[in-house]
Design a protein around this ligand. Structure first.
Ligand code: C2E
Ligand code: MG
Ligand code: MG
Ligand code: MG
Length: 283
């Protein structure tokens, strides 16, 4: 214990720590500025119905269009934004913008599609989250039945009962809940039974090895089997190859999302998918 404390004290003064702290403060300020200066943008990645080839929906994915740097991936700033709780105003903007975009598309005459939005645990823990969501829905006149909230297992774990109640309020409004990155967390299968979710997303780490590693294939099969038994729809993410989607379709997976169809795109480019009636998956 003493050794541990001594080690920590030493690390407090290490140049590496100071550098890291400075970097964090810098990034925190940068994120603040980014929000004020409207530097965040949403990209959209199509989700395709594996049976019909129709565009089912789009996942809204956050990007930071940083002056002088270009497009910055969320992997570089989401974790920090969660630590500093900046994810709360950022996430609110994401939901607002996704709803607005949906409205712009329907105003242009496109048939509405489902819009999936990633919701961080910090947002779910926030008092008044449901009220904020309601306000955004009213303001943008978004039909909540076209809205899907993607949450992860790790989000829910620390406050299961409270999270269930809040998710029930959201589902009562018509919003659907999808469990993202399924299989990568620590939770037990009972979470599938307890939570009011209607969809499960198989994590791309299982998909990428599925055709090479029989254990990954077995896991994918098991997830699809359990989901079907519980009447949950299944989305597979990270489909990059034809063999992967063919196999998933055979296995009864409902939807796919991945570079094979398209990477996440700026809203104007995504419109190409909205004007398609269906994708010819046999190509
Ligand atoms: P996620 O929600 O699991 O999103 C899927 C990620 O997989 C996206 O990365 C997407 O670009 C990537 N992806 C899609 N298809 C493929 C593929 O075929 N191959 C590979 N290798 N990757 C693929 P992205 O956009 O970099 O986002 C990373 C993570 O950042 C997201 O993972 C999500 O956890 C988080 N994130 C993104 N936007 C938001 C947001 O608005 N709010 C919150 N709280 N988190 C967000
Ligand atoms: Mg997601
Ligand atoms: Mg995911
Ligand atoms: Mg992820």
């Amino acid at each position: 214990k003493a050794k541990q404390a001594g080690k920590n004290r030493y690390e407090l003064f290490s140049p590496h720590m100071i550098e890291q702290t400075m970097w964090r403060i810098h990034m925190e300020n940068q994120l603040q500025t980014a929000l004020q200066n409207h530097e965040f943008v949403l990209y959209y990645q199509p989700q395709i119905d594996l049976q019909t080839g129709m565009v089912y929906g789009a996942e809204a994915l956050l990007r930071w269009d940083c002056p002088g740097r270009g497009i910055v991936s969320p992997l570089e700033f989401i974790a920090l934004a969660e630590d500093t709780r900046q994810i709360i105003p950022i996430g609110e903007w994401v939901l607002l913008e996704a709803c607005r975009q949906n409205k712009r598309w329907t105003a242009k005459g496109y048939k509405p599609i489902k819009i999936s939005v990633n919701i961080s645990g910090q947002q779910l823990k926030q008092v008044g989250f449901v009220a904020n969501v309601k306000a955004i829905i009213e303001k943008t006149e978004m039909d909540p039945r076209y809205l899907i909230f993607e949450i992860t297992e790790s989000t829910i774990i620390d406050n299961l009962e409270a999270t269930i109640d809040m998710l029930k309020e959201l589902t009562a409004m018509g919003i659907r809940i999808s469990l993202d990155d399924f299989g990568t967390g620590y939770s037990s299968l009972s979470i599938l039974k307890k939570l009011p979710i209607s969809m499960v997303k198989i994590d791309k780490s299982f998909i990428s090895e599925m055709t090479l590693e029989h254990r990954d294939l077995d896991i994918v099969k098991a997830i699809i089997f359990i989901s079907n038994s519980l009447q949950l729809e299944v989305v597979a993410e990270g489909i990059e190859q034809k063999v992967q989607y063919e196999l998933l379709r055979e296995l009864g997976c409902h939807y796919m999302q991945g570079f094979y169809t398209s990477p996440p795109l700026p809203s104007e480019q995504f419109e190409a998918f909205l004007s398609l009636t269906h994708l010819d998956l046999r190509l």
